[in-house]
Design a protein around this ligand. Structure first.
Ligand SMILES: Nc1ncnc2c1ncn2[C@@H]1O[C@H](COP(=O)(O)OP(=O)(O)OP(=O)(O)O)[C@@H](O)[C@H]1O
Length: 238
């Protein structure tokens, strides 16, 4: 990768403090980080280290308390709620631990919910093909396994061709074999698009498939390593 390329995200001194009555929780304590197009990044860290808080702020789901965050040259940290909503809608695909599919809609209809409001979407069936589920387009979530439902959620996230894919514990609810299939879908999407893919997880085994591995501890990024030989997803297990 060309390190002189401008980053997608650039965070400097990013902080987040949650206030609940008298109690303050400092979830981010000064994060400095650049993330680039085309990177497949795994962010590891113990429970409570701030991973989800960072992902939510990168994805425009929440505001930082301090510091600067830019995305492709714009100061995201200064966006109001409406600006963040527009940013999320246009530029970010999210995948969460629980798939949040609409039970009364088929796989294809679940993906179509997103493509109907996107500016340059792919066809829903094309997104399902990217995750190997084009044969299941007419199936409802209850007719799909957990791993298949997660792959529909990934298809839904990628269908609007986002520059950024943010995945919070995408395999957290899945066994190893099923989780590996989900990771294969994410790896395949990464190869087929120029998206920045960021996966946060407790599961250190997943780091083997990344080309960059970040570690958070106590609200800071404490390690940032390149992986010169990322492994195919089917070589990992847990
Ligand atoms: N909405 C909130 N209000 C108050 N405190 C919060 C809130 N969200 C997170 N926290 C606290 O901020 C800290 C960081 O939480 P965060 O969810 O970012 O960690 P995490 O590394 O993603 O953890 P996990 O792996 O368990 O999901 C924790 O101490 C958590 O309790």
């Amino acid at each position: 990768m060309d390190d002189s390329a401008s980053p997608i995200f650039s965070a400097r001194g990013l902080s987040k403090t949650y206030r609940m009555g008298e109690t303050e929780v400092r979830a981010l304590r000064g994060v400095d980080l650049d993330l680039f197009a085309g990177e497949f990044v795994v962010l590891l860290g113990a429970s409570g280290s701030g991973k989800s808080t960072l992902l939510n702020i990168l994805g425009g789901l929440d505001h930082p308390s301090g510091g600067q965050l830019s995305c492709r040259g714009r100061q995201l940290s200064e966006f109001d709620d409406a600006g963040l909503t527009e940013f999320r809608r246009r530029e970010v695909g999210f995948v969460f631990q629980f798939y949040n599919l609409i039970p009364s809609l088929t796989a294809e209809e679940n993906v179509r919910l997103v493509t109907d409001i996107a500016t340059q979407p792919m066809a829903p069936i094309e997104a399902l093909r990217l995750v190997g589920l084009e044969q299941r387009a007419e199936h409802f979530p209850a007719q799909l396994s957990g791993g298949e439902q997660q792959r529909v959620a990934i298809a839904r996230a990628i269908a609007k061709r986002p520059a950024i894919m943010l995945c919070d514990e995408p395999t957290g609810a899945l066994d190893s074999k099923t989780g590996v299939r989900v990771l294969q879908s994410l790896q395949h999407i990464h190869r087929e698009t120029d998206a920045l893919v960021l996966i946060i997880t407790h599961n250190a085994a997943i780091a083997a498939i990344a080309d960059r591995v970040l570690q958070m501890s106590d609200g800071r990024v404490v390690s940032d390593q390149r992986n010169s030989a990322p492994q195919p997803a089917d070589s990992v297990s847990w």
